[in-house]
Design a protein around this ligand. Structure first.
Ligand SMILES: [Zn+2]
Length: 237
């Protein structure tokens, strides 16, 4: 688990001091809202701020913009901090693009079938989990299947919205070795285990492979072979 909670709290304190709200105290908490929301209420000399979990991935400047936006409205003040307002707006814009992409993935995964012409993904998934009990423990996914709709260069994805693994159907091909299919399922299952982490400040779509993720990946028996194969043998000519 990673937490930037103190950073967001700090952003609210900075916004408060920028607006001259120096004699207020702050009661800050993240909330599991279904969408990107945030609210501020004033109770006596306490400012209560509740912010959607989704803002954990936001850059500091964007959270600062959010804090200013909320406080300016409640206190009818204006910090004239255009820079932070822009950072906030651009984060929200990226976020809604990411949401849109997620809902498209949702549609895409609905039609997936795990049994291919060459490989049965359900069987490969069961095998991978059985071969690496210390890595996966009780990590589980709701489903796995072949997808015809992944981009040419995307081999597989773990859709965290529905905890489903989708594998590019172009790989259901006898020229693709079994160890590579196992590697791919192993890799996507690690995403289910470690959760989605995104680079702060960068595109919301860029997945991060943490050190813990990489360490787990090194426990796969044919990692070197899989990495070599993808570099030299794919796509097939
Ligand atoms: Zn990955």
């Amino acid at each position: 688990m990673e937490s930037n909670e103190s950073d967001a709290e700090l952003a609210f304190y900075s916004a408060m001091s920028l607006l001259g709200l120096v004699d207020y105290s702050l009661d800050f908490a993240y909330k599991k809202y279904a969408s990107m929301r945030a609210r501020v209420e004033v109770h006596g000399k306490t400012i209560e701020a509740r912010v959607s979990e989704g803002f954990r991935a936001a850059p500091q400047d964007a959270v600062m913009g959010l804090a200013l936006n909320l406080l300016e409205r409640v206190f009818h003040k204006n910090a004239n901090a255009e820079y932070y307002a822009r950072a906030y707006k651009s984060f929200i814009k990226r976020q809604s693009t990411a949401e849109l992409d997620k809902s498209m993935r949702r549609k895409r995964t609905r039609t997936m079938n795990p049994a291919g012409k060459v490989y049965d993904l359900t069987e490969i998934l069961a095998n991978v989990k059985a071969n690496y009990p210390p890595v996966f423990g009780d990590t589980t996914v709701v489903g796995i299947g072949w997808s015809q709709r992944l981009g040419r260069r995307v081999l597989g994805i773990h859709d965290e919205a529905h905890n489903i693994i989708a594998i590019n159907s172009r790989l259901d091909d006898e020229r693709v070795p079994r160890f590579f299919m196992e590697y791919l399922v192993y890799h996507e299952l690690l995403h289910a285990k470690h959760g989605a982490k995104y680079e702060r400040g960068a595109s919301m779509q860029r997945r991060v492979h943490t050190k813990e993720f990489r360490d787990d990946e090194k426990r796969f028996a044919y990692l070197a072979e899989a990495e070599h194969w993808i570099k030299t043998r794919w796509p097939p000519r």
